[in-house]
Every structure is written in structure tokens, then in C-alpha cells.
Ligand binder design. Sequence first.
Ligand code: NAD
Ligand code: UD1
Length: 338
Amino acid sequence: MRILITGGAGYIGSHTLLEILGEKHDVCVIDNYSNSSPVALERVAKLTNSNFVKVAADVCDERALNNVFEDFKPEAVIHFAGLKAVGESAAVPLKYYEHNVQGTIALLKAMEASGCDRIVFSSSATVYGEPVYLPYDEDHPCAPTNPYGRTKYFVEEILKDWAHSNDRNSVVLLRYFNPVGAHSSGRIGEDPDDIPNNLMPFVSQVAVGRRSKLQVFGNDYDTPDGTGLRDYIHVVDLARAHVAAVDYVAKNRGVDAFNIGTGKGATVLEVVKAFEAASGREIPYSFGPRRAGDIAASIADPAKARKMLNWQAKHSLKDMCESSWEWQSGNPNGYRSD
Ligand code: NAD
Ligand code: UD1
């Protein structure tokens, strides 16, 4: 299939690009590099020994999108492009609505104009909000608690309406849990250009000596050791879920949401311990107050994806930490290490 990947230079996009190229699909990547480096694309091209089209453009730019659709004629889209920092989304919500919601509408308009009717969307477990029960299944009520989460929720609603607007459109909403880790080559990985917001990149930067210690946000949660518990998923497993989802949109019509997680949780201290074992480095940490907006625990019920996408996570927390360390130690300054 000819597949357009928006945000393909980013963390999850670059890993998915690699897996999609491995399936011999033809690919065009569109990215504005606002949170990524073109080096990631060069490395994927080398690793896969394959060519793909690259377009440096913004998904809000309707003219650029129309050109891409006219030239490349995608048969399906995987839509990663967007902004993802929860804290920033509260400070500049309009920017988030513009990139995430308006960007998706522009993309759907270009798809309609060219007759492309299949899309896989990067949603997030954050659409569920405070758990009413755990593990979350796809029928859990959605009540996102911050502007970023609401952009994901609103885009899901827009995509549902679009899916129902005719009998050709096909939409898959992938609700990612906590993606971590890196490709086994150690050549691509997560490369935040600021202080990392998320646990795993912060821990790996402490291990490599870029930061002095981790602050654990709260140790009085109702979890086995009092620290926050999350369903971490290896980014390569997540990338494989996109391969399955592309296959699914090609064969099905309408809209479906799927949780993409392992169904198992790890606490902050368990992650620290696993990372120490993987890296052979000590991770100094201290306990601080809870982070505003955090929940105690988040775990996926991934049964629907297993049944309908025939997809299942294969990697352990040990694999996630070892691959993160391989990437971080080989590229201490991310793509700027080149
Ligand atoms: P990322 O920032 O590494 O990748 C996003 C990519 O999109 C970047 O390459 C960025 O340059 C590009 N981009 C952003 N705005 C754009 C625009 N307007 N036009 C063109 N390109 C644009 O983030 P990621 O972690 O790879 O996340 C990918 C997607 O998955 C995002 O939509 C994110 O919200 C979603 N998601 C991520 C996580 C996570 O923990 N990483 C969890 C759930 C959902
Ligand atoms: C965060 C986002 C969520 C997003 C998810 C993507 C917030 C409030 N939520 O969630 O919307 O979908 O990333 O993966 O930002 N922790 C520390 N110290 C740190 C960093 C994190 O103790 O320096 C703890 C957190 O309190 C949490 C766990 O580690 O218990 C995981 O944190 P993080 O990686 O930020 O993920 P989420 O909190 O799940």
C-alpha cells in the first residue's frame, strides 16, 4: 500500500516507519521537525536500506497537504503529527487545538479531496482520565483532565463522525499507554530536546550523567510501593501495532478504538531498579510531592487488540530498559550526537 506517515520523524513515528518499510509498503513522511530531527529519517533509511519520500511541511498547511496527496496518492494515512506535552498544553491550549485538532481536520479534507479513506490515529490512554475501574477497557468512560488529553478526545470524536459519514471510510484509534524503549539497533530512540517530562527518558539521562538525580513524584499512592504505576509498552511493539492497524483499515470499514498496552504495570521504583540492572549504573533519586494531574495507576486491558488486530506486546520491562540504555549510551545527546 502507499502510506502517508505524518510526524514520521518523531519518536513513535520513526519506529513505525521502520516496521512499515519492513513490510514493503511505499511510504511518504510529512513532518515539520518541530520536535524531531531529519537525522532520524536518514538513519531509518540506512537501517532498512530503502527509500521513501520526505516532505518538510506542517499538517495545518492545506496547500502543502493537497500537493502531497496529488503527488503521492496515499491509500492510507498514519497520523502521528501533533504536540504532546501535558504541562505546555495547559499554558498554550490554542496551540494544541491548532496543531492537534485543526491539523487533523486539514488532513481529513485533503484525504477526502483525493479519495483516500483510511486512517490510523495516535490517540492516548489519557482520554480515559481518572480510572473508574482498572484495567481500562475501550468502553471505560472518557473524561480527559487536561487540554492535551481533550485534543485527543475531540479528534477521536471528529474521526468517529467522519467514519460514519459514508460507508467507505475506515478509522482505527490506537490508544497508547506508556511507550518507552528503542529499536534494537540503538540508532533511533526518544530524543527530548528539553528536560524530559516522562519517566523513562529522565531516568536514562540520569544514568548517562546528563542529570544528577530523579525526583519521584509522590510515594503515598495506593500502589504496591506507593509510587505511580503505569503500563509501559516497548515502542517496537507499539510500532508493530500500527502494521496490524494498517492491515485492519484496509480490510474493514467504520471505526474502532484499541488499547495498546501490555496489561501489566510497573511502579516508578520498579522502573528505576530495572534500569539500574540494564545499565549497570546507579540511579540516584529522592521523593518529592505528587505531580499535579497524575493518577495512581494506569493499566490497559489489551484483549480487544489481541482478538481483532491479532496483535500482542512481546517485550518485557527488561527489554524496554536495555534498549533505552543502548540508545541513550550510544547517543548521549540524542540525534545531536552525530
Ligand atoms: P514526537 O513529538 O516525537 O513526534 C511527533 C512528530 O510530529 C514530530 O516529528 C514533530 O516534529 C511532528 N509534528 C508536530 N506537529 C506537527 C505539525 N503541525 N505538522 C507536521 N509535523 C508535526 O511524539 P511521539 O512521542 O512520537 O508521539 C507521536 C504521537 O503519539 C503524538 O500524536 C502523540 O500525541 C501520541 N502519543 C504519544 C505518547 C507518548 O508517550 N510518546 C503517548 C500517547 C500518544
Ligand atoms: C504522561 C502524561 C500523559 C501521557 C503520557 C504518555 C502527564 C501528567 N501525563 O503520563 O498525558 O499520555 O505521559 O506516556 O504528564 N515520574 C516521576 N518523576 C519524573 C517523571 C515521572 O516520578 O521525573 C512518575 C510519574 O509521576 C508517573 C510515572 O513516573 O507515576 C510515569 O510518568 P510519565 O512517564 O510522565 O507518564 P504518565 O504520568 O503516565
